[in-house]
Design a protein around this ligand. Structure first.
Ligand SMILES: [Zn+2]
Length: 242
């Protein structure tokens, strides 16, 4: 039983009883943690407002015997205000949070994942693009050891005519081996560049000459992550409606 400090992104929150709120956090040092903020719904405290989903915060928590830690102090690092005003942007940010909620394990420290999330939210705050979400999903899968095979046919190893992508295989397939969904050479190239660390240049190009390959990559990255999580992402369903 102890008091600790950490930095965290609020993934989601829900009501507990009359006055309390439970928040799911992804922290820098302690992985995914659930904490209870006591009394925040009774008093209109700043404390509660600081724990809205999406916020990047510095927290102090008390870890007792239960699975739920008690949040004792919260300071805002960033609220990512620009992501909150617009429904599409907000849904994209939510998709990142939902992916981390689904993939991260309770109390399993993962600093790489934490930094990836904060960076992706910052990038999305600067540039509203579905490719930021797609890139995050692809990198998240790679981080989980599930990097899609994009260089050669998953089945026969040829580099020529890669025309399909199969979610079960998690890789591209040539014309002879094809199954799953069709994929364009441009989309394969875009995914290779994103996973090779080239998201910055991909985004710069997209802003001057948008291509259909972006939409294709967004759909494929979402399908891959949902395949891994074995469920649909709620926030993506919201995005599909906007
Ligand atoms: Zn093949």
């Amino acid at each position: 039983m102890s008091l600790y400090r950490d930095q965290a992104v609020v993934l989601r929150s829900w009501k507990l009883g009359e006055a309390d709120r439970i928040v799911s956090l992804h922290t820098y040092d302690n992985g995914k943690v659930r904490g209870v903020a006591k009394g925040v719904r009774r008093t209109k405290s700043k404390f509660g407002a600081r724990l809205e989903p999406l916020s990047h915060v510095s927290i102090q928590m008390y870890r007792g015997r239960s699975d739920l830690d008690t949040i004792t102090q919260v300071e805002t690092i960033s609220r990512f205000v620009s992501l909150r005003g617009d429904p599409q942007r907000f849904a994209r940010a939510q998709a990142l949070l939902e992916a981390v909620e689904g993939v991260a394990q309770d109390r399993e420290p993962d600093r790489v994942l934490h930094v990836m999330l904060v960076k992706a939210l910052s990038t999305l705050a600067e540039r509203d693009s579905g490719l930021v979400v797609a890139a995050f999903f692809l990198k998240l899968l790679a981080h989980e050891g599930l990097q899609p095979q994009l260089d050669v046919c998953y089945r026969c190893g040829t580099q020529a005519e890669l025309v399909a992508f199969d979610l079960d295989d998690g890789g591209v397939l040539c014309r002879r081996c094809r199954r799953g969904r069709p994929v364009s050479a441009e989309a394969v190239d875009l995914m290779r560049r994103i996973l090779g660390g080239g998201l910055g240049s991909v985004l710069a190009e997209e802003s001057t000459s948008p291509s259909g390959a972006s939409t294709e990559v967004e759909a494929l990255a979402t399908a891959l992550l949902e395949h891994h999580l074995e469920r649909r992402l709620r926030s993506i369903a919201v995005l599909d409606q906007t």
